[in-house]
Structures are given as C-alpha cells and as structure tokens.
Ligand binder design. Structure first.
Ligand SMILES: Cc1ncc(COP(=O)(O)O)c(C=O)c1O
Length: 402
C-alpha cells in the first residue's frame, strides 16, 4: 500500500469516542452495560428545536445556506451573547459550524502552524491538543492540580509562555474536570494575550452548565481586554441536548472568521439547514428547559458524589460545571494490584459491566471520568458496582489471588 500522509502519524483517534464504540459493541452482543462514558446529555433535544426542525423539513428548507450560516441563526447567536453577556458582535464576526468541534478546528487551522506553541491546561479534552497537532503546531500542557479542584490558574498557563507561543486555549467549564477559570485569572491571561499578541481561544461548550452563581462572564472580559486576539467557540450540543444535530459557532475578529469561512467553504460547507432552523428556536426560545436540565444534573452530581466517596479509596471534588465527576482512583488501582487506570477501567467493565473513561485519555493517569449524563438509577447501581469492584479486587489482591 502507498504511504499515508505524514499528519496521520501524529493524530490519535478520540479516546472518549472509543469508550462509546466499545459500549455499543457490547450492547449489540447482548451485554447489559451501565455507561458512565457518555459525553452527551441523556435528555431529549429541547421541544422547541424539534418542532422548528419539523417545520423546516415541511417548508423544504433543504438547500445550501450561506456557508457561514443562515442570517437568522447568526442573529440568534449574536442576540444570545448580547443578552447573556452584554457583548456585541457583528454578522461578519460569527460563523456557524457543524458542532463546537469544527469551530475549534477551523480556528486552530486559521491561527496556528509549524513552529508555533499552543498552551492548554490538563486534564484536557483530548481533541484540543490533537487539533493543535493537526495544525502542525505543538501543544504545550499546563497541569492543573487535583488538590486545587483542578482550577485553571493564570500563573500555571503563563509560566509556559515562550517567544514561540502563538496561542492559548482555555476550556471553562472544563471537560473532564468540570473546573472553571475565575474571572480574575482569565483577565490576567487576557491582558497578557493582548499585550504579547497571543491568540486566545475560549471553548465555552459547557457555558450553560454551571451549578453555582459564580461570576463567569468571560466574553465581557474579552470585550474590554483582548477582543482583537480572541475567538469564542460555543455549541448547541450540551446546552440544548443537540449533540447529534451538529451545530456550533465561533465569534471573533472578522479576518479570523473570514479565514474559517474560506476553509469551511472548501471542506464541509454550511451546517445542516434543518439543524440551523432548530437552533434558531433553541437560542431564541425559552431557556427554561436548560435550567431544568441543570437542576437535574446538580441533583445527580450531589448524589453521585455521596455514593462514590463512601469508600475512602475513591476521592473526588464536586465539579462546578459540565456533567462529569473526575475521580481520583489511584489508591483503588494500587489496592487492586493494577498498573494503570486503563487496566482498572477494563477490569471494571469486565467484572461489573460499568464503562468509564480512564484518565490517561485526558493526560491524567490515576483518574477516571464518570459522566452523570445518565439516570439516577444508573448512577446508584453503577456506583454500587464500582464500590463492590474496588472492595473485591482489593481483597483478592491482598490474598494474592490475581
Ligand atoms: C470541551 C469540549 N469542547 C467542545 C466539544 C464539542 O462538542 P460538539 O462538537 O458536539 O459541539 C466537546 C464535546 O464533547 C467538549 O467536551
């Protein structure tokens, strides 16, 4: 066979999607699995969006739209950001994409290239460093600390800045930790970005899933500090339970959006026309369903935390946002006589049919990501099985059975 392109050697497939594929395979072969791997809401898409999609189909809204998005959707995004954050962007400063992932990828390709260093924080959503590599740039990782609740700190990020730094990617609330950046830390980074001409990319995919009323108006800080060097990436996926519909967006300086538009026009073109109509309704309609989902996630978070920490070998903070518990199982892994969290996750799936994503996927060995985008019943039963697993494996390791 002829050789594949060089870039394919640098890129790993998504490890979170690998867990989803494994669960799917097991289920199809008849095995009942409790899935804590899901990176998506278990709720149905908000009703208004579904109705708007039906209407769009019936009205034959099935042609290409402008590549950067239909005018009414662009307006709805701009209106939402004005209402939520008090910021003003123009139509030339927004592009609609097939998911937040494409918004981030367009942005990485538009801004980064060979020789550039791009800083992001770990534990990270694996796509962020992979996209940097796809752009032929080098990811530079700033570790956050478990004993600090994985808070994203300016100091940790800024100490990685070198003359080669071309960009900083901040994801808040963060997947997989649920941690956030404080406005003060963000402002410190924003000022450095503006002064040093470093691109700042902000992944706001979980912006509507914040549990406590902590100030998190990052767009307003961008507006007053570093607008010319910043791209905000957002998504309908998690907020409106629309992962399969594929709709995201990027807001930033017109030349960056224009470059994204050129790349997108030669790759995927516009996001699905039907999806766009659905998202107009999701953004313009009542935000009550979003609040209802958040309340349910909060309840699940609190119960899950209580259930898991009943075993002192399992340690975790309650996340401030998103819908993941990032759990320190290093003691449990050791007690079980296992070498890695990946081995732990595999054994958990084998023994107790519970799927979790091992921390290695996020650059954080010793941890597991547990998604609580699943029913309370599953959370209760899955936690029970996890604790049972930890106990049984530790007992047999102590007895020298395995
Ligand atoms: C941190 C983060 N950013 C962006 C995305 C992109 O989501 P989507 O492409 O579905 O909008 C995800 C999805 O899991 C995510 O976890």
């Amino acid at each position: 066979m002829a050789k594949l392109a060089e870039r394919t050697q640098k890129i790993a497939g998504s490890p979170t999607q690998a867990v989803t594929a494994l669960v799917d395979r097991l289920r199809r072969s008849g095995v009942e699995v409790i899935d804590f791997g899901a990176g998506e809401p278990d709720f149905p898409t908000v009703a208004g969006a579904k109705a708007a999609a039906h209407k769009a189909i019936d009205a034959n809204f099935s042609k290409y739209t402008p590549n950067a998005g239909a005018a009414d959707l662009k307006r709805a995004i701009l209106d939402r950001y004005r209402a939520d954050y008090g910021v003003e962007y123009s139509e030339a400063e927004v592009i609609v994409t097939a998911g937040g992932k494409q918004a981030l990828n367009n942005t990485a390709l538009a801004l980064f290239g060979p020789g550039d260093e791009v800083i992001t924080h770990a534990p990270y959503w694996p796509t962020i460093p992979e996209q940097v590599k796809l752009a032929d740039a080098t990811p530079v990782i700033a570790e956050t600390r478990a004993d600090d609740g994985f808070a994203i700190r300016a100091a940790g990020i800024l100490e990685k800045v070198t003359p080669r730094t071309r960009g900083i990617v901040v994801n808040s609330p963060c997947n997989p930790t649920g941690a956030m950046i404080s406005e003060a830390d963000f402002e410190t980074i924003a000022k450095v970005a503006a002064r040093e001409n470093i691109w700042l990319v902000v992944d706001l995919c979980y912006e509507k899933l914040i549990y406590d009323p902590v100030p998190h108006n990052l767009p307003a800080i961008v507006a007053r500090t570093c607008r010319d060097v910043t791209v905000l990436c957002g998504s309908a996926s998690k907020t409106y339970a629309m992962t399969g519909w594929r709709c995201g967006w990027a807001l930033g300086p017109a030349p960056v959006i224009s470059a994204c538009n050129s790349m997108q026009s030669n790759s995927t073109s516009n996001a699905s026309s039907i999806t766009q109509k659905a998202v107009v309704e999701a953004l313009n309609g009542s935000q009550e369903p979003v609040r209802a989902m958040l309340a349910e996630y909060r309840e699940r978070r609190d119960r899950l935390h209580e259930w898991l920490t009943a075993d002192p070998r399992i340690k975790c903070h309650k996340p401030g946002g998103a819908f993941y518990m990032f759990v320190d199982v290093s003691q449990a892994v050791e007690a079980a006589g296992l070498k890695t969290t990946t081995a732990f996750a595999e054994a958990l799936l084998e023994d107790q049919k519970v799927a979790v994503t091992p921390g290695e996927a996020f650059g954080a060995p010793g941890f597991l990501r547990i998604s609580y985008a699943t029913s309370m019943e599953n959370l209760r039963e899955g936690s029970r099985r996890m604790l049972e697993f930890v106990k049984a494996r530790a007992a047999s390791a102590a007895a020298g059975v395995r």
